[in-house]
Structures are given as structure tokens and as C-alpha cells.
Design a protein around this ligand. Structure first.
Ligand SMILES: C[S@@+](CC[C@H](N)C(=O)[O-])C[C@H]1O[C@@H](n2cnc3c(N)ncnc32)[C@H](O)[C@@H]1O
Ligand SMILES: O=C(O)C(=O)C[C@]1(C(=O)O)C=C[C@@H](O)C=C1
Length: 244
């Protein structure tokens, strides 16, 4: 069975008037796979690249953590593509997401240790690889720097951190053009201007993006020796960081 077959519900969350801030609640979780595919440009390609780069570094019985694993799509794909046996741990603080993750993992026969916890409260001991796609952007800036330091400290020597983020530009003209380009992308994915503006408001002060340079600085300040952008589409970027 292909992963796309399992969650087919279409994202209509922002078709109605929304008064609350964006949350990873039951309603969002129930359509999340569709939401990501239609809201993150080249999501599948970014996931494929993250997994391919990850597999190059992984050896038998390595421990892999996915921080903000949502419905576990990435860990399931990783286990299908890596030839080695891995210890997979997915952490998320949304029960609605983890319920779906658990069902999907079972359906695909993939063993994943799913942990319902806040990323600030758990350790990621002895990790060879830590993945975190589009999650750091939801962590408050001061906490984010601390979390990245914890990620660095938790990795084995030569450990790898692969993460993706929505990014902004420090040039206001380019930033505006990038946002316009992104909203055009959303329209091609079937989202109306009303849905786009409602989601933008709901994400205000919830999703806090950094520039590409700020992300790299945060990584190097935490102690990583190398950080590189392996994929970028306008305001969405994927990075790989290496611990010496
Ligand atoms: C955009 S989604 C991540 C998508 C996922 N990585 C993927 O590629 O399928 C962000 C996830 O991070 C989780 N999250 C946000 N803040 C968190 C925190 N402080 N602790 C644990 N999980 C958190 C949310 O519940 C949500 O499932
Ligand atoms: O910025 C937006 O409008 C988005 O829809 C992006 C984004 C993300 O980058 O995580 C925001 C929330 C959802 O988790 C899915 C996609």
C-alpha cells in the first residue's frame, strides 16, 4: 500500500470563519497529510531528499528521532527506504496527530516508539540522526535556541540534524514578492483567497520564521561544525547540520 492512500480527507479547515489561533488539534490532524502536501511546496521532494541524505549516514540499529513527527509519514517512509534496521522515535505533543501516527505505523508494519510529549521536556539520547521538518518554526525564539542546543548535545559525534523551515528574507521587497509567490502556489493547490488569508491570520505569532542566515547562525552557535541548505523553494528551506 502507498502512504498517500491512507489519509484522503481534504483540508477545508479555513473555509469557514476562524477566530482562534492555529493549533494541531483534531480538526487539523484529520486532514493534515493533505494540508502539508498542498501547503508546503515540493513537500514530497523535500521528504525524499531528507530521507536519502539521512540514509547515507545511518548504520544498523542507529537511533533516529523525528521531532514534531505529526502523523509519522517521514519515519514510515524512512523505514521503507533505509536498508538498515533502525530504532525510530517520533515525538509530538498533539494526541490527535499521534493517534493517526499509531494507526499508520501499524498499517505499514513499521515499529515506531511514539512519545506524546513537549519537545522541551524530553531527551533525545544517543541519537545518530534527528529530523525535524517544519516544527522549529512553531517554537518560541528563545526556547528554539535552547532546543537546538539540546539537539546538538543529544547527537553522537558525527551525528546529523536534518530540518526544514518556512523562511523569510531580510530584504523587504524580496520578502513581499516571496509571500506573493507562495500565495500563488497555494491558489494552484485549490485554496481560495479567503482560506489563504484566514490561515495567515491564524498563524500570526504562532509560526515564527527566521531567515536562512538566522537558521544557520542558530545551528553554528549551538556547536554544529557545518550547516548547508540542501533544498529551497522561495520561502521553504531544508537544511542539514553535521556534528563533528
Ligand atoms: C508542521 S508539523 C510537522 C510536520 C511533520 N514533521 C511532517 O513532515 O510530516 C509540526 C508538528 O510539531 C508538533 N509540535 C509543535 N510544537 C511542539 C512542541 N513544543 N512539542 C512537541 N511537538 C510539537 C505539532 O503538534 C505538529 O504535529
Ligand atoms: O504558512 C502557511 O500558510 C502554511 O500553510 C505552512 C505550514 C507549515 O509550514 O507548517 C503551516 C501550518 C501547517 O502545519 C502546514 C503548513
Amino acid at each position: 500500500m502507498h502512504l498517500d492512500k491512507i489519509s484522503t480527507m481534504v483540508d477545508k479547515v479555513f473555509k469557514k470563519s476562524i477566530i482562534k489561533q492555529f493549533e494541531f488539534d483534531e480538526e487539523v490532524a484529520s486532514v493534515f497529510d493533505d494540508m502539508l502536501n498542498r501547503s508546503v511546496p515540493f513537500y514530497k521532494e523535500m521528504q525524499r531528499l531528507s530521507i536519502n541524505f539521512a540514509c547515507n549516514f545511518l548504520e544498523e540499529n542507529d537511533k533516529v528521532y523525528d521531532l514534531g513527527c505529526s502523523t509519522a509519514s517521514t519515519l514510515i517512509e524512512l523505514s521503507k527506504h533505509c536498508k538498515n534496521n533502525l530504532k525510530l522515535i517520533g515525538i509530538d505533543n498533539s494526541s490527535a496527530m499521534l493517534n493517526r501516527a499509531s494507526k499508520k505505523a501499524k498499517a505499514f508494519g513499521v515499529e515506531i516508539d511514539l512519545v506524546n510529549a513537549d519537545l522541551h521536556d524530553v531527551s533525545f539520547d544517543d541519537a545518530k540522526l534527528i529530523l525535524s521538518n517544519y516544527t522549529l518554526q512553531f517554537i518560541r525564539p528563545l526556547q528554539r535556541e535552547k532546543l537546538v542546543k539540546k539537539i546538538y548535545d543529544s547527537l553522537q559525534n558525527k551525528g546529523i540534524f536534518i530540518f526544514s523551515e518556512k523562511v523569510i528574507s531580510s530584504n523587504s521587497t524580496l520578502n513581499k514578492q516571496s509571500i506573493d509567490e507562495y500565495y500563488e502556489f497555494k491558489k494552484t493547490q485549490g485554496y481560495s483567497e479567503f482560506e489563504i488569508s484566514q490561515k495567515r491570520e491564524a498563524l500570526e505569532n504562532v509560526l515564527i520564521p527566521y531567515t536562512e542566515e538566522e537558521n544557520k547562525k542558530m545551528i553554528l552557535d549551538a556547536g554544529f561544525t557545518h550547516c548547508e541548505t540542501i533544498f529551497k523553494w522561495v520561502n521553504f528551506a531544508t537544511f542539514i547540520a553535521i556534528k563533528k
